[in-house]
Ligand binder design. Structure first.
Ligand code: IMP
Length: 511
C-alpha cells in the first residue's frame, strides 16, 4: 500500500519568523550575504562562493548574456539555459566572460560618407549619443573620428551633410591603446574632460569604448562576482542527453559552475551524468544536481554522485503546471525543510557541507527571506528576473502597461529548439509542464535586487544574524493560522503609491 505522509505539503507563506535579540552594533549594511555554491569539505573553504544568495533560472526567457552580466555585477550568478544548441550556449557564456567591466564593444558605428540625417536616426534607434566613425562602419574598422550629438544642430544643419563635415577627426581624438588598464583609461577621461575614450589597436583599429558614466557605475557595484582573472562569473545549465558534448564546450568557454536542469533529478541518468563529470574533471568543475523534494532524493545524489549543490523544488514555479498535469511535486517549504534536515544530519555525520538551492515558486521578497531562514543557501528565480529590463525578451505594451513574455522550459515553445537538434528529434512532446505567459516589467536587475536584499538584510538584523549561516542557526519560525493569512496585509485601507510601477515587493501573482 502507498505510504501517506502525515505532514501536509506546505508553502512559504504559511510561516513567519520570530524576532530575536538585535545587538547594538548590528546594521543591515554590515550583514554578509556571501554563500557557498560548492560542497565544502571538512576544514576547507568552498571552491566557489557567490556574493549574494541569488541565482537566475536555467530558462530561455531569463538567463541570456545581458541578464547574466547584470546579475554577476550585483554579486549573483546566472545559469545560461541549455535548451539551445551547444554553440549558442557557448556564445552566451563567452560574451559574459569577455565582458570587461568598463570596456564595451561599440555596437553603433558609422562611416565618414554617411549623412547627418542617417546618423541622427542611428543615435535615436540605439539611444547612444556618441558614435565612432570607422573606415567601413564596423566595430573593428580603422577609427576615422567620433561624432556626438554635440557636433550638430538637428534643426539648423543640412541633414544631407556628410558625417566627415561634423565629426571630431582623428587628429583631435583622445584615445587609449589596447591593453590599457581601466584605471588609466579613466584617468585619461578625467584629464581631458571627455565622456568617451576609444581604445585602439596598434594599427588604429577600434577595439572598445570606455565611458565616464560606466566608471561612475562601476563604483556602484562593489559586490561584483569575479573569477581569478577578474572576469565576471557565469554558470551553464546542462542536461542528461548531451552532457558528454555540452560540458566540455561550456567549460572550455569559461563557465564557472554547471547545473543539471531537470524537474526531477532523482534519477539514475543524472547520477551517472554527475559521476561522468567528476571522473573527467575532478573537483575543477562545480556541479549542481536536482531537482529533488525529499531527503531520499538528496541522499541519492549526494552519496552516489559527488554533487556540489542540490536544487530543491518541483511544481512550485510560477509557470509550472507539473502538479496539475502529473499529480507529482511537493509544497516548497515542506520539500526544503525535509532536504535541509537531511543535509544537517549528513554534515554532522561526514563534516561535508552541501549547499542547497531553493528553486522556483518564490512569489515575493518575504518568501526569499523565509526560504533562506529555513536553510536554503541560495535561491533560484525565474519570474523575478524575467520581469527585468535585462531579461532576453522584448517588451510589449498591453493596455498601457509594459510586459515581458515569460514561458516555462516545459512548454512547446521552449522545447521547439530540439526539432533542430539532431538526436533529439525523436522525443515527441505529449503534454506541456509549463505555461506561456506575460509578466509586468518592473525595472533593472540592480533596482529590484536593491529592494529585495535590503529587506533580507533588515530581517537578518531583526533575528540578530551577521551572516547567512548565522541566520539559519538563529531563525525561529512559527506557522500562521489560515485566518492570519486572510487578515495579513492592509486590505482594509486604501493605499496610493506614487511609484507603483517600480514597486516589486509583490511580483504580481501568488506563485
Ligand atoms: P519561478 O521563479 O517561480 O518563475 O520558477 C522558476 C523555476 O521553475 C525554474 O528554475 C525551474 O525549476 C521551474 N520551471 C521552469 N520551466 C518550467 C516548466 O515549464 N514547468 C515546470 N517548472 C518549470
Amino acid at each position: 500500500m502507498a505510504t501517506i505522509l502525515e505532514d501536509i505539503s506546505r508553502t512559504f507563506s504559511e510561516y513567519l519568523l520570530i524576532p530575536r535579540l538585535t545587538r547594538a552594533n548590528q546594521r543591515p549594511d554590515l550583514v554578509n550575504l556571501s554563500t557557498p555554491l560548492s560542497a565544502v569539505a571538512p576544514n576547507q573553504e568552498p571552491r566557489l562562493k557567490i556574493n549574494i544568495p541569488v541565482v537566475s533560472a536555467c530558462m530561455q526567457a531569463v538567463s541570456g548574456a545581458e541578464l547574466s552580466i547584470s546579475l554577476a555585477r550585483q554579486g549573483g550568478l546566472s545559469f545560461v539555459f541549455c535548451s539551445q544548441p551547444i554553440e549558442d550556449q557557448v556564445e552566451i557564456v563567452r560574451q559574459v566572460k569577455a565582458h570587461k567591466a568598463g570596456f564595451v564593444r561599440s555596437d553603433s558605428n558609422t562611416t565618414e560618407q554617411t549623412t547627418l540625417g542617417e546618423v541622427i536616426e542611428l543615435m535615436r534607434l540605439s539611444g547612444h549619443s556618441t558614435v565612432p566613425v570607422t573606415s567601413d562602419g564596423s566595430p573593428r574598422g580603422e577609427l576615422k573620428g567620433l561624432i556626438t550629438d554635440q557636433d550638430f544642430w538637428e534643426f539648423e544643419d543640412d541633414l544631407s551633410n556628410m558625417v566627415k563635415q561634423h565629426m571630431t577627426p582623428m587628429k583631435d581624438v583622445i584615445y587609449g591603446e589596447d591593453g590599457i588598464s581601466l584605471r588609466d583609461a579613466n584617468e585619461l577621461l578625467h584629464k581631458h574632460k571627455k565622456d568617451c575614450l576609444p581604445i585602439l589597436s596598434k594599427d588604429k583599429r577600434l577595439v572598445a569604448l570606455v565611458f565616464k558614466k560606466d566608471y561612475e557605475d562601476h563604483r556602484l557595484y562593489p559586490m561584483e562576482l569575479l573569477d581569478a582573472s577578474k572576469r565576471l562569473c557565469v554558470g551553464a545549465a546542462i542536461n542528461t542527453h548531451d552532457y558528454r558534448e555540452r560540458v566540455p564546450a561550456v567549460v572550455e568557454a569559461g563557465a564557472d559552475a554547471l547545473c543539471f536542469d531537470s524537474s526531477d533529478g532523482f534519477t539514475e541518468y543524472q547520477m551517472e551524468g554527475i559521476k561522468w563529470i567528476r571522473a573527467n574533471y575532478g573537483d575543477a568543475v562545480v556541479i549542481g544536481g536536482g531537482n529533488v523534494v525529499s531527503a531520499e532524493g538528496f541522499d541519492y545524489l549526494v552519496e552516489n554522485s559527488g554533487v556540489d549543490f542540490v536544487k530543491v523544488g518541483m511544481g512550485g514555479g510560477s509557470i509550472c503546471i507539473t502538479r496539475e498535469q502529473k499529480g507529482i511535486g511537493r509544497g516548497q517549504a515542506s520539500a526544503l525543510l525535509d532536504v535541509v534536515e537531511r543535509r544537517e544530519a549528513y554534515f554532522a555525520e561526514t563534516g561535508r557541507y552541501i549547499p542547497i538551492c531553493s528553486d522556483g515558486g518564490l512569489a515575493n521578497d518575504t518568501q526569499i527571506v523565509i526560504a533562506l531562514a529555513m536553510g536554503a543557501d541560495f535561491v533560484m528565480m525565474g519570474r523575478y528576473f524575467a520581469m527585468t529590463e535585462e531579461s532576453p525578451t522584448s517588451k510589449t505594451s498591453i493596455n498601457g502597461q509594459m510586459y515581458k513574455p515569460y514561458w516555462g522550459e516545459g512548454t512547446r515553445r521552449a522545447q521547439n529548439w530540439q526539432r533542430y537538434n539532431e538526436g533529439m528529434s525523436s522525443r515527441k512532446m505529449m503534454f506541456e509542464e509549463g505555461v506561456d505567459a506575460y509578466v509586468p516589467l518592473v525595472g533593472t536587475v540592480s533596482e529590484v535586487l536593491e529592494t529585495t536584499l535590503y529587506k533580507l538584510r533588515s530581517t537578518m538584523v531583526n533575528v540578530g544574524a551577521d551572516s547567512l549561516s548565522d541566520y539559519r542557526e538563529q531563525a525561529i519560525l512559527t506557522m500562521v493560522s489560515e485566518q492570519s493569512v486572510v487578515e495579513a496585509g492592509t486590505s482594509t485601507v486604501f493605499q496610493f503609491s506614487p511609484n507603483s510601477e517600480l514597486d516589486n515587493s509583490n511580483w504580481g501573482n501568488s506563485g
